[in-house]
Design a protein around this ligand. Structure first.
Ligand code: SAM
Length: 364
């Protein structure tokens, strides 16, 4: 977990940050970068005349929203920079990394990064919610990027009681009538996100997003992870290890919108006049870890290793939220929750595929 607990009030607020080793256990998320690369390279080619004309003192600005430590987008960014430099070799590049996590992980990444060694590449880390403005790059942004982050709802503008449910721990698990308020919140949040990015992008600049999505049934990202966590919480409640109020308060504050919801939001008045939806594609990225182990599941050791990794992956993105729901005296139950999760993955091995929607929005 990246950064929690300066004081009790903060401890009660949802801060969906990842574990410090997130970039080492997020191969499934990393794989989507290769899928979005061709669309980004095609865009750069299409604006080549503009890149050629750019004055060498003005950097080409690239921002990564919800970047974690910056590791996962680094190969993608190397490719992008390579293409830009093939057009205008002396152009300076400014990378802007944004996340709500503390900057220490980014500093560690940047110190040893190959991007830093390219020369003529500078980087900033802005620790802020992407639901806020980044005036540092207002009107200066050429290319915005965000991967696997925009399902996190803005937790700052509602109380923690908004994220509660007696029987489920995530919005995509809810029946339609209970889910509605999260869909409405997701729409409000995305309008804010897109309004702020529109202010940062220069004319003709583009925003590329690899967004987790719900493609129907259990085809929403890591659904087995969320469902197992929910069932474990109820099990602990039945055993009297956690209280009913805690079960109600344990909630992961994210929502995986459907591709149709994303498309219709972008088509709304206001947004449709601001952005041209240049590219839109749905896809499944198979679970990177299950693919490695699926032919060895009769080997107990391999099965155990897969279960360890899957529980670790789920813990990376859920622990900060689960802890928020646990009362101070029960925070220790967190170890039991992930121990039981590992057991479930061991006894019923399966993958955690991620469903994505890739979008390219070009500012008109
Ligand atoms: C699943 S990670 C994805 C990291 C990286 N982009 C990748 O593709 O692997 C989601 C990231 O979003 C960040 N995040 C969540 N809510 C945010 C917000 N409101 N503003 C900025 N970052 C946020 C988390 O801290 C986390 O680093």
């Amino acid at each position: 977990m990246a950064d929690r607990n300066k004081n009790d009030a903060a401890a009660q607020h949802y801060m969906p940050t990842m574990t410090g080793d997130y970039s080492r256990i997020s191969d499934t998320a990393k794989a989507v970068d290769y899928k979005i690369l061709p669309a980004i390279l095609a865009y750069i080619k299409s604006v080549a005349p503009r890149i050629t004309r750019m004055d060498t003192d003005t950097p080409f600005v690239i921002a990564d929203y919800g970047a974690a430590d910056g590791v996962n987008s680094s190969v993608l960014f190397e490719n992008i920079i390579g293409q830009i430099r093939a057009i205008n070799p002396s152009l300076k590049i400014r990378l802007v990394y944004n996340d709500i996590a503390v900057r220490d992980y980014f500093d560690r990444f940047w110190a040893g990064s190959r991007l830093k060694q390219l020369g003529g590449v500078e980087a900033d880390y802005i620790r802020r919610s992407f639901y806020e403005a980044l005036p540092e790059i207002k009107g200066k942004l050429h290319l915005g990027f965000s991967s696997t982050s925009l399902h996190w709802l803005n937790t700052e503008d509602v109380g923690t009681e908004f994220f509660q449910h007696p029987s489920h721990i995530q919005a995509n698990q809810l029946p339609d009538k209970d889910r509605r308020k999260f869909v409405e919140k997701w729409k409000r949040d995305w309008r804010v996100f897109l309004r702020e990015r529109a202010a940062e992008l220069g004319e003709g600049g583009a925003l590329f997003m690899a967004n987790l999505t719900n493609r129907g049934g259990d085809r929403w990202p890591a659904s087995a992870g969320y469902n197992n966590l929910r069932d474990i919480c109820h099990e602990l409640c039945r055993e009297g290890r956690i209280k009913e109020e805690e079960c109600k308060a344990i909630f992961v504050p994210d929502y995986f919108a459907t591709p149709q919801e994303m498309k219709s939001l972008i088509g709304e008045d206001g947004l449709a006049q601001t952005f041209d939806l240049a590219f839109f594609e749905e896809m499944t990225v198979p679970c990177a870890y299950y693919a490695q182990f699926k032919n060895q599941l009769d080997d107990e050791q391999a099965k155990g290793k897969l279960a360890d990794i899957l529980a670790h992956v789920v813990r990376a993105w859920s622990e900060s939220s689960i802890k928020t729901g646990l009362a101070a005296e029960d925070k220790g139950e967190i170890e039991e929750i992930y121990h039981r999760l590992r057991d479930r993955f061991y006894h019923a091995p399966g993958g955690l595929p991620y469903e994505y929607c890739l979008l390219e929005l070009v500012k008109r």
